[in-house]
Write a protein that binds this ligand. Structure first.
Ligand code: PMP
Length: 337
């Protein structure tokens, strides 16, 4: 028995019960561990879907070049799909992202252009602007635009949502998702609400993002926006992939709380997750008051911890940001910290 290529391993990721870390919650919490995808993140799903739809619509032609602004995970999915399907990839990313992520993208054949983080999206140096410009200059290229490309949320409507429904045999009561482009929460959330409108869909955002305020007031408030460290979640605009009507609640998590929780998930559950998984679980704890014994919460763990070894999983990095107390010799002897 074999598969025809690596893309056939995408999806059908395991749903794993959390035990120790959630012992103070009254309900069952199941993690959809998306690092089992071949690119080690959930984004493989939407990357392939966006390429397939572009092919069907004639926007991506044989031998073409895929262009995208990506923090790494989408790029990885696109790069894998491009290898199998015979496309080239050029990605723009920001200098905030882990260096490992950039090197990984290069390892799978992509060209990567690193752009400054702290400039407005409209600034010609921003990674949005650079990717748009490349798309006009590179012949036979297609700008994927994961933010406004609705094939992103479609992938989660067609795959992630149905998998969660089947794996829980329809028992899921809550979906908790740390959210960026909005693809995961809008697609999976819509599918699950169509199956059972009583399912609650909770979004986890980052401080420094305007999404929570937009959800609560309908206002695009740039005063909410400031630089933050958490990767992959929160936005300084509202991508078209959002279907806010399927979301019941939003909560914001600090950089510190997300990082500390990611480390706890690795240590207490043996699931070596990325930063946003920590944010997602912290968000669930912030919203836990309405949870009851029979509830079955599904939480998405978007990616793998290996991309964060120089950051969240590095004690020095954590201490420099005040996320981890400096350990004394006494702490080590007493097994603390
Ligand atoms: N976590 C990580 C690590 C991600 O890369 C992303 C994608 N930006 C998300 C969470 C959020 O997923 P979505 O874009 O589907 O909202």
């Amino acid at each position: 028995m074999w598969l025809n290529n690596i893309l056939e391993t995408i999806g059908n990721t395991p749903l794993v019960k959390l035990n120790k870390i959630t012992e103070d919650l009254p309900c069952t919490v199941l993690a959809k561990v998306e690092y089992f995808n071949p690119g080690n993140s959930i984004k493989d799903r939407m990357a392939v879907k966006m390429i397939e739809v572009a092919e069907q619509e004639g926007k991506l032609k044989p031998g073409g070049t895929i262009i995208e602004g990506t923090s790494g995970n989408t790029g990885m999915g696109l790069a894998l799909a491009a290898i199998i399907k015979g496309y080239k990839c050029i990605f723009t990313t920001t200098d905030k992202q882990s260096k490992e992520k950039v090197d990984i993208l290069k390892a799978v054949g992509a060209e990567v252009v690193v752009c400054p983080t702290n400039v407005e999206p409209e600034d010609p140096r921003s990674y949005y602007s650079v990717s748009k410009r490349l798309a006009t200059e590179v012949p036979n290229s297609f700008y994927i635009n994961q933010y406004d490309n609705l094939a992103n949320r479609l992938a989660h409507y067609e795959q992630t949502g149905p998998e969660i429904w089947e794996q829980t045999e329809g028992k899921v009561t809550h979906l908790v998702v740390a959210t960026g482009t909005g693809g995961t929460i809008s697609g999976a959330g819509k599918y699950l609400k169509e199956k059972n409108p009583n399912i609650k869909v909770w979004a986890v955002d980052s401080y420094g993002s305007l999404l929570t305020k937009y959800f609560e007031t309908g206002e695009i408030d740039m005063k909410e926006v400031h630089p933050y460290i958490t990767e992959g979640i929160g936005e300084d605009f509202v991508p078209q992939n959002y279907d806010m009507s399927v979301i019941d609640k939003f909560t914001k998590v600090t950089d510190k709380d997300g990082a500390v929780m990611a480390r706890r998930i690795a240590k207490e559950e043996g699931i070596f997750v990325g930063y946003s998984a920590g944010s997602a679980l912290q968000g669930l704890f912030q919203l836990k008051d309405s949870l009851k014994k029979d509830d079955v919460v599904v939480i998405i763990f978007h990616d793998h911890g290996s991309r964060y070894v120089a950051k969240v999983y590095n004690d020095q990095w954590m201490m420099e940001r005040g996320f981890l107390d400096v350990k004394t010799f006494k702490d080590i002897i007493n097994g603390r910290g």
